[in-house]
Ligand binder design. Sequence first.
Ligand code: BTN
Length: 329
Amino acid sequence: MAFTQLDNKRDLITRLADGHYHSGEELGEELGISRAAVWKQLQKLSDLGVELDSCKRRGYRIPGGLSLLDSTIIKSNLSPAVAAAVALTVLELVKSTNEVAMSLARDGDAGGSVVLAEMQSAGKGRRGRTWVSPYGRNIYFSTVHHFSGGAAVTQGLSLAVGVIVVQVLQDMGVGDLRLKWPNDILWHGKKLGGILLEISGDPAGSFDVIVGLGINVNMSLREGNEIGQQWTTLSDITGSAVDRSLLSARLANGLLPMLAAYEKYGFERYRKAWQQLDSCLDQAVVLTAGDQHITGVARGVTESGALRIETPEGCSEFSGGEISLRARQ
Ligand code: BTN
């Protein structure tokens, strides 16, 4: 397991993650540093956006605690096949886990890499957007898979990722989830997660796909207040904090075997499940591609994962990363 930059603060935050008060004296003794040094580190955590509560007589705490990533828990919950194939990297603070995964891919032999982080300082969303990525709250997960048969073999892949993510969450007891083309994960119309696929290599031949997944897990209202759309978080749906390590392991258990078999089976294997989760099926929608707006009725997806929209002129198919879709009011 690799950690960047924050090793001392990691010790501190691990103690505060229980949500209880810890005095400056106790923390200093446990970490073998002065109270002034404890205070400095607390300041750095606060600068990272970690919510800290201080009480004169009791000390410091993180209200509600934090579910931190623990590589031992992650590894012990991987299926034997995934545990044998995965190269797990758990980081503290990165710009973007997709960027880390991309650089592993460029260095070669990144197949099976899973990169997780506590926080992203420049998390990337689709269509150039920023992905809000506060410390210790959500899933920031990227994995790399090598394909050799040209980009056509990855058609529909991001939709298949959405299906697997929903299945993993359903297995954990989360109901009422839907997918919005191409790959928003929604709960009651609110965004719970998103998927960003990027490519490294030659799309006409041999290349790596970086599958980036963000899921809001234990995020507070304050931490999510910059999200420019209606959103939700797993802890609000389930009513209690969710273990991020366990969830990370389950996602790896679902996603890695799917990726390994995708070149063989393609989207066809996931199409029916995707259509059953389609939040826009038979709904009036507006599709925006650049400055073009197409209004019509969503009619599911093709065998390659393209969106079908029925307009008065007939049925058209749409695919591509720069397209957005919304229900027509
Ligand atoms: C979307 O806009 O819906 C896609 C969001 C994808 C976010 C994830 S978080 C992990 C990975 N690293 C990134 O920088 N982005 C993806």
